[in-house]
Design a binder for this molecule. Structure first.
Ligand code: PEP
Length: 246
């Protein structure tokens, strides 16, 4: 039975003073919590968060596909692990848009993450134009096909994040989320076999808030959320985690 995951993506937000937020969140978690909680802070805060996050896992927001070398400004998966990370977000739509990352880049990063023993969270999602054109399922299928490894080894998480829902307050209909997650699960089963596909956690991301979390988590094949804005404050993320834990 796969577990549930509430993951927070802090993006380019947070200074040293905000370590108190992760401590506050840790203090809010009940001892019988039935979900895993993850915060992905900016790289500058990884080590500080890892040392003070208690039961909360820590992750990176990206990694370079190679282990070390002449790549100014980049961070390898080994470096993330060395700083205390156990997860890494890969292929977020902001990386795809701002840095021109394509599916092949993301697949190479997934391999690097696995080699460093990090769990990759691979993001897929359609743009607003693609949504309006009715292309959601084909776009997601193509991104899954190109971004994921040929064979699954170890832990893997996929996050469905419609680009038009990120940071906008817009959320697809619950039936739409269910249709996409069901299609992803089916594609993973065809690729890796039913048993391996069943172990892969599928997160929904895009304007998840305390007010809509329970409804989203009730959708079949939604195993948790990747949360941006509402993960920055413990008072917002805590209730989302509680809704997931049930
Ligand atoms: C994200 O960027 O992954 C995200 C889901 O952001 P938000 O929750 O702010 O829409």
């Amino acid at each position: 039975m796969r577990g549930k995951l509430a993951a927070g993506n802090w993006k380019m937000n947070g200074l040293a003073a905000q370590v108190s937020e992760v401590e506050a969140l840790a203090a809010m978690l009940p001892s019988d919590l039935a979900a895993e909680v993850l915060i992905c802070p900016p790289a500058t805060l990884l080590a500080a968060f890892a040392s003070r996050a208690g039961p909360i896992a820590i992750g990176g927001q990206d990694c370079h596909p190679v282990e070390s070398g002449a790549h100014t400004g980049d961070i390898s998966a080994q470096m993330l692990a060395d700083a205390g990370a156990t997860y890494v977000i890969l292929g977020h739509s902001e990386r795809r848009a701002d840095h021109g990352e394509g599916d092949a880049d993301i697949r190479a990063k997934v391999a690097a993450a696995r080699a460093a023993n990090l769990t990759p969270i691979v993001c897929v999602g359609e743009t607003e134009a693609q949504y309006r054109a009715g292309e959601t399922l084909s776009v997601i299928a193509s991104q899954i096909d190109g971004s994921l490894p040929e064979a699954v080894e170890g832990d893997l998480v996929v996050a469905y994040e419609p680009v038009w829902a990120i940071g906008t307050g817009l959320v697809p209909q619950m039936a739409e989320i269910g249709a996409v997650h069901g299609a992803i699960r089916g594609q993973l089963a065809a690729r890796y076999g039913a048993q391996a596909a069943d172990a892969i956690r599928l997160l929904y991301g895009g304007s998840v808030k305390p007010s809509n979390a329970a409804e989203i988590f009730a959708v079949p094949d939604v195993d948790g959320a990747l949360v941006g804005g509402a993960s920055l404050k413990a008072v917002d993320f805590g209730p989302i985690v509680a809704a997931l834990s049930g």
